[in-house]
Design a binder for this molecule. Sequence first.
Ligand SMILES: Cc1cc2nc3c(=O)[nH]c(=O)nc-3n(C[C@H](O)[C@H](O)[C@H](O)COP(=O)(O)OP(=O)(O)OC[C@H]3O[C@@H](n4cnc5c(N)ncnc54)[C@H](O)[C@@H]3O)c2cc1C
Length: 509
Amino acid sequence: MVDGYPWWNERHKELAVEAKEFADENIHRGEEVFWTKKFPEDLLKTVAEKGWFGVLIPEQYGGMNVGATGSCIVTEELSRICSALANVYCVTFFSGTKQLLNFGNEEQRKRWLPKIAKGTVAGVCITEPYIGSDAAAIETTAERDGDFYIINGKKRFTTNVGIADMYLVYAKTSEKTEDKARYKHLSAFIVEKGSPGFTIERVNELTGWYGLPNGYLDFENVKVPVENMIGNEGDGWKIMMAGLNFERTLFTAGMLGPMREALRYAVGHAERRIQFGQPTINAEVNQFKIADMIAGYETSRLLVYYAAYLTDLGMDNVLYATMAKLYTSETYEKVLSTAIQVMGGDGWTKFYPLDSFMRDAKVNQIGAGTSEVMRMILFRQGLRTLKEDLKFPARRVHETLKVPVSTPKPKKVREINEHSLLELFAENYIVNPGLCMSREDIKARVEEFDDQKLDETLQTLETQGLVKIYRDRKGRISLARATIEGLRKAKPREAYRWFPDWISKEYIF
Ligand SMILES: Cc1cc2nc3c(=O)[nH]c(=O)nc-3n(C[C@H](O)[C@H](O)[C@H](O)COP(=O)(O)OP(=O)(O)OC[C@H]3O[C@@H](n4cnc5c(N)ncnc54)[C@H](O)[C@@H]3O)c2cc1C
């Protein structure tokens, strides 16, 4: 879709028009790839001739410099043709290009970026036979030997094997426990095709991504010059993480084209298919399905381009790149499946391209980090990002209603002592029954707060059996509450009693 977003510049808009025209002219080539499984080398050559391999690369290195947004625009359109073309193209950018731009030195940029801008394909090697989601546990080693590093190990699931001339390889450069604890045990290298000892072990027969070579690589005493290391020794994890956010944004842009094609086919088919005397698109149930597909596609697209925009602004995009990858990969599956349903039996034949795109659905939830890993990141990052908004509200008993309500200004005690703490716990029992109080909750209720005093007082109350304490992994007191005995000591039984108006008095004892 050439319609841009308000933040796109003129070059983005022009690129979108040009890329769409290219995809429209060559849309049938993806169907040829589906039947022949042959990668469309000539199309890739044209993409390179158009200068689109230079989208991310500054002009001084021969690029177009239209950023992550430009990379997504071309990837989205190429993905309408076929996943193989889109992936060979976009994988190149997170297999060294972005890393050279962010972490490479001037010499390295001058050496590799002009080649990439002209169409040199790259691959990224993180995953190994025994290492998948737990990427920090990489076993491939790189040992320093004079002006070289000697790389040994195996990588697998590398996209672009064989087609790629350069490979971004992550390897272990330290066995020290302290380096592993600080994630300083990995380093990033560019390994070029043709390096002695560097061979392809196997090409996978994948369920989808027709025509795209993906496979295993073997490194046996591969001698890599020190100049091929990006960043410093020990920077590998940092470089990998920065690259993964970009990878997730771009990889996700490659899911938009098939979703758009699915919509195009579903709508066009339903407008032309007559059942019960009228086009199937007149059936409200099909209209609702199409409405859901439009919402899924447009929301995905917004997420992708917003994540790309943040990248171009140099802002942290972890949350949006992760949400884009998670949401779009799961929506893709629904959109493709729904489109097939709208088309009925025709949708499930290989004579329309939806079957081919549907086969790619699953890998979108695995490659570039699985949906489970995305949820793990979202949980951690989301809690950090939303920290202020997620602060648990202070609560009090309403003066007239006599029920618990939230309060912007909780009543405070002057200082921490045994009596005031027990009072706080008792009041908390009334407004948040069954919940402990965190250190922050207590702090918000004390005028002259003192961490040490809190710990000492809690421990004294614990010894008396009036308070129960919960500690975090570091042994710090994190949560506390009154015991039943503590509650009894804090307030008389009457203070805790509350009954709704409608309850018959005779039931109360
Ligand atoms: C077609 C394809 C192309 C790929 N291209 C590349 C590439 O170019 N370069 C590259 O380096 N890699 C590539 N990969 C590898 C991809 O990144 C990994 O497959 C992915 O990270 C998952 O690793 P795994 O397959 O080993 O699964 P595993 O890590 O073994 O996980 C198996 C399952 O367990 C779940 N799981 C694992 N640990 C946890 C946990 N702690 N909590 C909850 N769930 C968990 C996972 O989510 C998954 O569902 C590609 C993969 C495919 C299929």
